[in-house]
Design a protein around this ligand. Structure first.
Ligand SMILES: Cc1ncc(C[n+]2csc(CCOP(=O)(O)OP(=O)(O)O)c2C)c(N)n1
Ligand code: SF4
Length: 305
């Protein structure tokens, strides 16, 4: 059992179990990716494994949860604990796992359609709850797996296979929404800025609280507007002078769109963690290790039936 209940060995800074032998990239190797050559997901996967190795996080200390989509295949390509569930339902599962075992590092991985479209209300609820769950959204501004239909982040006017007259709905700004919802940590990255993305992933993993990492990711097959080159030219790392704890400044930054889109840590608010507020798990052994009595459960159920 770790010295500090609620934190895994890597969270307590103790590093891997065998001194001198940390995890290697190979330890994280899953199935061979079936993504298109040039897809930004490939870079995200590569950077992610590098970040895990640099942080000394062992595969058994990590759990990846995903739904359906190209981004949803991320756990298949990673060797660690994984749960692949329904489209749009990534966050409910991730939060349930964290509540059952707050010793486990839990990362929810979703596409922009999966998280902001079908899973939109779960996204709002997760930001309010503030469990120590990390959310990586692979934001390619289309539904990739189902052939490029518009997602909530597709720009107005973009012509797609199912929007031949151009998208009529206004796009959603997930970063501004997250600041408005007082999300504990709000970060944006781009798959092509690999060094920056790696550092952002580490910042997100080190944060105590629910964190959104919205990652711009080029889809070479269905998004001919927001290409790798387009993101490269438009992404603008936030300056050192930005204070992420200044919510008004963060909101102004988050609202920037069009030609200059900020990447980096946009907003930070160290709010109380929900797992520290729930009496049965606060400061206690994770639920999965607490004694379980079938008689007690039967007794509780009997009160309702
Ligand atoms: C409930 C439900 N609705 C719709 C689908 C069909 N579907 C599968 S993947 C997908 C789009 C995924 O797009 P996104 O989440 O943006 O991820 P990407 O493929 O771009 O990574 C859709 C609509 C489904 N599998 N389940
Ligand atoms: S369709 Fe787009 S998102 Fe899907 S693998 Fe190909 S490039 Fe990546």
């Amino acid at each position: 059992m770790p010295d500090d209940p609620g934190k895994s060995k890597s969270e307590t800074g103790k590093g891997p179990e065998i001194e001198g032998k940390g995890p290697a990239i190979e330890d994280y190797r899953g199935q061979n990716p079936a993504w298109c050559p040039g897809c930004g997901n490939l870079q995200i996967l590569r950077v992610f494994k590098m970040a895990m190795v640099e942080m000394g996080i062992e595969p058994h200390e990590l759990l990846l949860v995903s739904g359906i989509g190209q981004a949803g295949k991320f756990p298949h390509y990673t060797r660690c604990n994984t749960f692949n569930g329904l489209h749009g339902r990534t966050l409910p599962v991730a939060q349930a796992i964290r509540m059952a075992n707050h010793d486990m590092r839990v990362i929810a991985v979703a596409g922009d359609g999966d998280c902001y479209g079908e899973g939109g209300n779960h996204f709002l609820a997760a930001m309010r709850r503030n469990l120590n769950v990390k959310l990586f959204v692979h934001d390619n501004q289309v539904y990739g797996l189902t052939k490029g239909q518009a997602s909530p982040t597709t720009d107005e006017g973009m012509v797609t296979g199912t929007q031949p007259f151009g998208v009529l709905s206004a796009p959603m700004n997930p970063v501004a929404l997250a600041v408005a919802m007082d999300c504990s940590l709000v970060v944006r990255g781009f798959s092509g800025n690999q060094e920056e993305l790696k550092e952002l992933m580490k910042t997100v993993l080190e944060h105590k609280g629910f964190a959104l990492l919205d990652i711009f990711q080029n889809c070479v097959t269905y998004n001919e507007i927001n290409t790798f080159q387009w993101y490269k030219e438009h992404c603008d790392p936030v300056g050192e002078d930005h204070d992420p704890t200044d919510r008004e400044a963060a909101f102004r930054l988050a609202l920037k769109a069009g030609d200059r889109i900020p990447t980096g840590v946009i907003y930070r608010h160290d709010r109380p963690l929900m797992e520290d507020l729930i009496p049965v798990i606060a400061g206690a052994e994770p639920l999965v290790r607490q004694p379980f009595s079938q008689e007690d459960v039967a007794g509780e159920l009997a009160r309702f039936y």
